[in-house]
Design a protein around this ligand. Sequence first.
Ligand SMILES: CC(C)(COP(=O)(O)OP(=O)(O)OC[C@H]1O[C@@H](n2cnc3c(N)ncnc32)[C@H](O)[C@@H]1OP(=O)(O)O)[C@@H](O)C(=O)NCCC(=O)NCCS
Length: 159
Amino acid sequence: VKRAGAAIRRAGTSDLDALTALWLECAADHAAFEPLFTLRPGAEACMRRVLAAQLADLDAAFFVHESAGGIDGFCSARIDRAPPIHPETLRAEITDVSVRAASRRRGIGRALVAAALEWARAREVARIEVRVVSGNALGQQFWRALGFDAFVDVLHRRL
Ligand SMILES: CC(C)(COP(=O)(O)OP(=O)(O)OC[C@H]1O[C@@H](n2cnc3c(N)ncnc32)[C@H](O)[C@@H]1OP(=O)(O)O)[C@@H](O)C(=O)NCCC(=O)NCCS
């Protein structure tokens, strides 16, 4: 874990190609258990634009893990604001985390999330959320191992 943490840095626009490739891999993983995540033709160019916008967003941050073979994992987070109705007006959300299959189970995912949590804490955020597909057994185990618990159930139905 210590080694994984040492190879983590904040990402910038020069990482756009690597982030796009990793994001597409993550989407392909998800498409395997949920057809809603299937990629359309042209998805790559579209996602590249979405990621470029997120990279430019001051309320968002990307972290990458770099090993000899290049970037093999990333995590993105953003800050959300709410009107002053409830005590909490600021929260963070992990928008994506993905580690290349060959690099998994070495603490990289954990270290990437730790970097995102540190970033959020430094911005006075006291709570962070993540959306994880119910059928993503790997993701479910990962988030629970990192101390995350179920909070809101998102229910859906076909029309
Ligand atoms: C989820 C993911 C990011 C984890 O990355 P990783 O670098 O392998 O994770 P780590 O090595 O830091 O694992 C941290 C802990 O999570 C749990 N965990 C991770 N992979 C697991 C697996 N295959 N089975 C059971 N528990 C697992 C373990 O408790 C692990 O701690 P341990 O290795 O000390 O037992 C990676 O598997 C991935 O990219 N999956 C596909 C994309 C995805 O589903 N992302 C999450 C969507 S919300």
